[in-house]
Design a protein around this ligand. Sequence first.
Ligand code: NAD
Length: 347
Amino acid sequence: MVFRAGAFDELAAETARLGERALILTTPGHAALGERAQAALGARAAGHFAGARLHVPTEIAARAIAQARLVHADCCVALGGGSTTGLAKAIALELALPILVVPTTYAGSEMTPIWGLTDARTKRTGRDARALPRTVLYDPVLTLDLPVAVSVASGLNAMAHAVEGLYAQSVSPLTSLMAEESIRAFGKSLPAIAAEPKDLAARSEALCGAWLAGTILGSVGMALHHKLCHVLGGSFDLGHAETHTIVLPHAVAYNAAAAPQAMSRIERALGVRDAAQGLYDFARALGARMALKDIGMPADAIDRAVTLATERPYYNPAPLDPLALRRLIENAYEGRRPQERSHGESH
Ligand code: NAD
């Protein structure tokens, strides 16, 4: 892992450690960065696939794998956010190619062995060591142009990894330290980025928060928040990072009474009195959209979301109660303030 302003300059040298023929991956909107990488890699650039899309649709993965085979790629260089890294992982699973990632958002996927593939609105995910990138170049200079709205949503997506890491089943003192530091880093840097998007110190701090958050996501299991976002995003085609932003304060409120130590760490990191309310106010002050109805969730989807979120058991610090979950999703749908589960609510 290389972390410094200007780390992109090391792309050729770091790629040379992995292979001779790199397939470069970007989204269509980020193709210019792929062309820069192509120029930097020279003869080591075997091709550029600029078709990465959110949630790695299987047909896109199949096209990228076909191109990797066609050009005899022996490694992948992914430049971009979680969508591009996810595509590199899909190729690595099929062809066992090592991956180098240059992250340009705060998604954190570059630090995890978690892969995801989407077919006809169903997203499958899993863990596989072949999906874990071999090399990561963090260069905050490449994030200076990330629009404020995307920076805020992506940063809150990363904070969600850190928050759920604090009450994970496999939590450890080390992951808790990293999580608190990640939340603190975003708590400080996101308002600075919203005020001045080209603030390199703030961009570096946010990217550092993303590195920590991604490491936590890759190390410990997640809970209710990630389950809800997976269900809502995958089933109703909602923006990934925006869904995380909206759901996070509600999931935290739901778990507040069952995870008091986690709440204390979030409160200390953000300098607030109540973790859930503090996260809600933090996102709102940054101009984030706060209601699922505003990012495309249909009103008649609430019932289905509750069913999907409760049909299979999974770990969560507070028991999963369909009535309380329905209230949580309704609040997130309307963009209301998060509410703690009332005492005596059925378990
Ligand atoms: P993304 O990769 O789709 O990027 C969002 C948009 O921002 C894209 O259009 C991209 O081209 C653009 N962009 C990226 N960097 C930019 C920059 N520096 N300047 C200007 N524009 C830029 O979205 P994301 O939020 O980074 O990732 C979301 C995806 O990642 C989801 O599919 C999610 O499931 C996945 N994810 C996976 C893991 C994992 O561990 N497997 C972890 C987190 C997220």
